[in-house]
Design a protein around this ligand. Structure first.
Ligand SMILES: NC(=O)c1ccc[n+]([C@@H]2O[C@H](COP(=O)([O-])OP(=O)(O)OC[C@H]3O[C@@H](n4cnc5c(N)ncnc54)[C@H](O)[C@@H]3O)[C@@H](O)[C@H]2O)c1
Ligand SMILES: O=C/C=C/C=C(\O)C(=O)O
Length: 500
């Protein structure tokens, strides 16, 4: 295993505290105010990151600009693609270090990070390195007023320096989902990972140097949102576009800040995702699929269904089966035997989720299971765990059924007709994802299409082909990423019209 600068350094009173420095123009730079990173499974501090100041952001943007105008932006596509494929390969070679870093920041079960987060981090680079090679440019031949012809064709160029602002729930996966296509298009990126989970992004900076990505193409600045690195990126005149995943409220703040310099924006925001289970569904598959959907990553997945509508004849049986699944989940340390439920990301987030647990009861919910904090022993006693929780009996206008909670919880309600189910599912300010369960093929198409969301799954959930459009309707965001949509967003298109 390669000795990482992250894992070799020590600090604090004999405990390991990885120093996470800012990475600018191909180098880790000293300076910036330190802030502590905690392992949410134990509450212990395991790393210290350094908040970038305005001078560092300026340097990162200037380095990015030089790189887009120079070596990286001008590089033949075949070479750029090969380098990005090497990034994927190097992530795989250093898999264990990425895994340790992600687990330390998030506390999530090792099996989950090993099967989802880190492999997808590598896959994002490989897929976009491939995809960009086969994407056609458009061409239109036209008649001209003098009876002749002209040919139009478009070429894609880099936008310039792209600001990438990412959240904490799937840190490497969601950051690379944006960085890989942005870099494939020849842009430089200035990345600000979440202040809760900066480790894997910092490790990726090492990988960039190891495989020979030109200095300045990938920059990492650490810090917070308002008044810190996040806002400095969104207001920086040298940054042409912002790609952001996070809360809807944060998206609104970023729009305001980015307006003065008219940046292009791509937003993947919050959700209050519905699932619909028809009586004709494969019952066991629906229960297994939706229990996974509601509780994976402790419910901290933007696509998770927090509202489940079940056709009345199977409602009681479905609620009982979901209860059983929820109660079978074992919270604990990432490496403990049988752990399949990690902690929430922070004590602050746990307080928010517990406030919704309290509110649900106040709003008149029937508590099916959970609702509190599990009693854990040893190191996990200091972690930010909550119980998986299921409610029934709330009206459609309750805050718990309208607001995104982002915890391991869902509300289950009955319905009597397809039309009613569609109406209930779409009755929300959000529109990210939905999951419909039925064996009726026509209904699958009909209801799947009727969902006012960006991503409509049928008999599945979080099944991802990275070439497909990904994003949200209504307050869940705008713009789509994935495949050609990513390449379009991260490119400046010039149409060339030649009279022949
Ligand atoms: N639609 C999607 O694809 C998707 C995916 C994952 C998460 N999410 C959403 O993300 C949220 C959870 O993540 P979170 O709590 O990290 O989100 P968040 O909005 O609090 O933070 C996300 C990032 O934005 C930064 N930030 C905060 N305020 C900022 C500001 N004013 N200017 C610039 N940057 C700022 C943060 O430092 C962080 O890096 C949930 O709402 C979830 O639904 C959406
Ligand atoms: O928490 C949100 C999960 C988003 C997943 C993706 O963006 C993806 O799979 O590309």
């Amino acid at each position: 295993m390669t000795t990482s600068t992250l894992v070799s350094a020590k600090g604090g009173a004999g405990t390991q505290r990885r120093p996470l420095r800012n990475f600018i123009d191909g180098e880790f730079v000293d300076g910036g105010l330190p802030f502590e990173i905690r392992n949410p499974a134990t509450g212990a501090v395991h790393a210290v990151a350094y908040e970038a100041d305005a001078t560092m952001i300026d340097s990162a943007v200037a380095a990015g600009r030089r790189c887009v105008d120079g070596e990286w932006g001008q590089m033949p596509l075949v070479r750029r693609r090969a380098l990005l494929a090497q990034v994927a390969a190097r992530i795989e070679e250093r898999f264990d270090e990425f895994l340790e870093a992600e687990i330390a920041d998030t506390g999530k079960p090792r099996s989950m990070a090993a099967h989802l987060d880190i492999p997808r981090g590598a896959a994002n680079f490989r897929i976009f390195a491939d995809f960009i090679a086969s994407l056609p440019d458009e061409a239109f031949e036209m008649d001209t007023p003098d009876g002749g012809r002209a040919i139009n064709y478009s070429v894609r160029k880099p936008l310039g320096v792209v600001g990438v602002i990412s959240p904490w729930n799937l840190p490497l996966l969601l950051m690379t989902w944006k960085v890989a296509p942005a870099m494939a298009c020849g842009n430089a990126v200035v990345v600000k990972p979440s202040e809760e989970t900066p480790s894997t992004t910092t490790l990726l900076a090492e990988v960039m140097n190891e495989v020979g990505i030109p200095a300045g193409a990938f920059n990492v600045v650490h810090g917070f949102g308002p008044g810190s690195a996040g806002e400095m990126i969104t207001s920086h005149p040298g940054i042409r576009a912002i790609t952001f995943t996070g809360e809807t409220r944060t998206g609104a703040a970023i729009m305001r800040s980015a307006a003065a310099t008219t940046k292009a924006l791509s937003f993947e925001l919050g959700g209050k995702n519905p699932a619909i289970v028809f009586a004709d569904a494969d019952f066991d598959a629906a229960v297994a699929g939706l229990a996974r959907a509601a509780f994976l990553n402790t419910g901290q997945v933007c696509l998770a269904p927090e509202r489940i509508y079940v056709e009345r004849p199977i409602f009681d049986r479905f609620v009982a089966a979901m209860k059983e699944k929820a109660e079978a989940l074992r919270p604990g340390l990432p490496d403990a035997d049988g752990t399949d439920l990690g902690p929430l990301i922070s004590e602050e987030h746990r307080q928010k989720v517990l406030e919704y647990y309290r509110l649900a009861i106040e709003e008149g919910a029937t508590l099916v299971t959970g609702g509190g904090v599990p009693a854990l022993e040893g190191l996990a006693a200091g972690g930010y765990f909550v119980e998986p929780t299921i409610w029934t009996g709330l009206p459609q206008n309750a805050r718990v059924t309208r607001e995104e909670i982002f915890g391991p919880c869902c509300h289950i309600a009955p319905f009597d007709s397809e039309e009613e189910a569609i109406g209930l599912a779409n009755d929300t300010d959000y529109g990210l994802a939905s999951s419909v369960w039925t064996r009726d093929l026509s209904r699958a198409h009909r209801v799947g299409r009727a969902m006012n969301v960006g991503i409509s799954w049928v008999n599945s959930w979080f099944l991802r082909d990275l070439r497909t459009a990904f994003g949200g309707a209504k307050q869940s965001g705008f713009g789509r990423e994935g495949g050609a949509h990513s390449i379009a967003f991260y490119s400046e298109i010039t149409n060339i019209c030649i009279k022949v």
